[in-house]
Write a protein that binds this ligand. Structure first.
Ligand SMILES: C[S@@+](CC[C@H](N)C(=O)[O-])C[C@H]1O[C@@H](n2cnc3c(N)ncnc32)[C@H](O)[C@@H]1O
Ligand SMILES: Nc1c(NC[C@H](O)[C@H](O)[C@H](O)CO)[nH]c(=O)[nH]c1=O
Ligand SMILES: N[C@@H](Cc1ccc(O)cc1)C(=O)O
Ligand code: SF4
Length: 385
């Protein structure tokens, strides 16, 4: 494959990047240099790792509740008077999604006294009983921490039971920025950095895979962003349990942190910064985490498509619903059809492949005929865009 070599990047920096040993100093040099050379290096590493294949997943988000005992300053999703879905209501949504052709449900919500480990276990067990082929990607370290506590279980026991019930993957949200300085400003009541790391490592060691996220573009410094990515790399070296890394840009509307920023004349991250973070994440995580996701629901579709030139190899999921982004001003829609993923990927000169939660290729014979999703296409696109 033809690869142009970025000219101004020092040889030793380049060499360490290719070997999977990029240092923080290297990362700072790369970020200070030309963004085009940064993108080129990230693109080369992507090409040598995942080639021309670009993956996406047919999934549906389900939000158990929008009530939350937490009070994160960046969150507009939580409301005082909210709903709690029953297991029957959750199963109805799962069934609709299955009929529409999804391979994964992503289940999250707030944490409240009404939701304990028994409730989470019942959700997973009843979904698996009816839809054994469906991947369940659910719950965050914060939700597990809270529910285990009110159920009087250790984290280890809670995760072991979830694994036995059939949980395929835990979400890597509530990571935000893994820095206690930042967390004390944006989410002082949330689990701290070490607690997030401990829960994730316990999940991996219990045989539950997770993804990793970063939610950036608020009060953190560039160095704190980089430290976060290096922390993820260290965990991966120890456990190998991360399936992917997802940079999620902070959406600043209708929440306290964002309103303060807007009032002082600051806006959220620029498109250039979004792409630079994707590129530097690809470089730092090279040889450790193969999959870097550009999430269209946060970035917008065309920026996500361009991110495929800057180190990303995955475009995320069909989602079908996204209460979190829309609550904070996200305006890129809540559903993207498989046909649109295919157009975007082919348009970028790449090869589209549908995957499951753990990045296994979805075989054409998959009994749920992934790819049709007829019911959601028209309804969501016409009402939201
Ligand atoms: C809303 S929570 C739901 C799960 C659980 N309550 C938790 O906090 O882990 C999921 C994630 O959404 C992301 N999120 C919330 N508000 C956001 C915003 N304004 N912009 C971008 N991401 C946001 C955060 O990264 C958060 O961890
Ligand atoms: N559910 C949301 C996701 N999901 C991430 C991917 O779909 C993921 O690859 C899969 O669920 C597990 O590997 N990403 C977002 O940015 N926002 C969501 O709501
Ligand atoms: N749904 C959350 C975050 C999320 C990210 C990745 C996941 O795998 C799951 C959930 C958001 O959009 O902000
Ligand atoms: S981010 Fe999660 S924990 Fe924080 S307030 Fe929102 S729902 Fe609750």
């Amino acid at each position: 494959m033809y690869m142009k070599r970025p000219a101004a990047i020092p040889d030793d920096v380049l060499e360490r990047a290719h070997r999977g040993n990029c240092t923080k100093e290297d990362a700072l040099i790369l970020l200070e240099g030309s963004p085009f050379e940064l993108f080129e290096l990230a693109d080369n590493l992507r090409a040598s790792t995942t080639g021309d294949i670009v993956s996406y997943i047919t999934n549906r988000n389900i939000y158990i509740t929008n009530k939350c005992a937490g009070n994160c300053g960046f969150c507009a999703y939580r409301t005082e008077k909210g709903y709690i879905l029953s297991v029957e209501e959750i199963l109805k949504k799962v069934g609709d999604a299955w009929k529409a052709g999804v391979i994964e449900v992503c289940i999250q919500g707030g944490y409240i006294p009404e939701i304990d480990m028994e409730f989470y276990l019942e959700i997973v067990e009843s979904i698996k009983a009816e839809y054994p082929e469906l991947c369940i990607h659910a719950f965050s370290p914060m939700e597990i921490h809270y529910a285990a506590k009110i159920s009087g279980m250790s984290i280890k026991e809670a995760l072991r039971k979830l694994k036995e019930s059939g949980l395929d993957s835990l979400t890597g949200t509530s990571a935000e920025i893994l820095s206690d300085r930042v967390r004390n400003i944006i989410c002082p009541e949330k689990i701290n950095t070490q607690q997030w790391i401990d829960i994730i490592k316990t999940a991996h060691k219990t045989g539950i895979s997770t993804n990793a996220t970063i939610m950036y573009g608020h009060v953190e410094t560039v160095e704190e962003r980089l430290d976060h990515v290096f922390t993820i790399r260290e965990i991966q070296k120890e456990t190998g349990g991360f399936s992917e890394f997802i940079p999620m840009s902070f959406l600043p509307h209708n929440n306290r942190i964002g309103e303060k920023m807007l009032a002082s004349g600051k806006f959220a991250s620029t498109g250039l910064e979004d792409l630079q973070l994707i590129a530097i994440s690809r470089i730092i995580l090279h040889t450790h985490i193969n999959n870097i996701q550009a999430t269209w629901v946060k970035l917008g579709k065309k920026l996500a498509q361009f991110a495929l030139e800057c180190g990303a190899n995955d475009l995320g999921g069909t989602l079908m619903e996204d209460q979190i982004s829309t609550a904070s001003g996200g305006n890129h829609g809540e559903y993207m059809s498989p046909a649109e993923f295919e157009w975007m990927i082919k348009g970028a000169g790449r090869i589209p492949v549908q995957r499951d939660t753990l990045y296994r290729k979805v075989e054409p014979g998959f009994s749920n005929k992934v790819g049709s999703l007829p019911a959601f296409g028209k309804a969501k696109i016409s009402s939201k865009e």
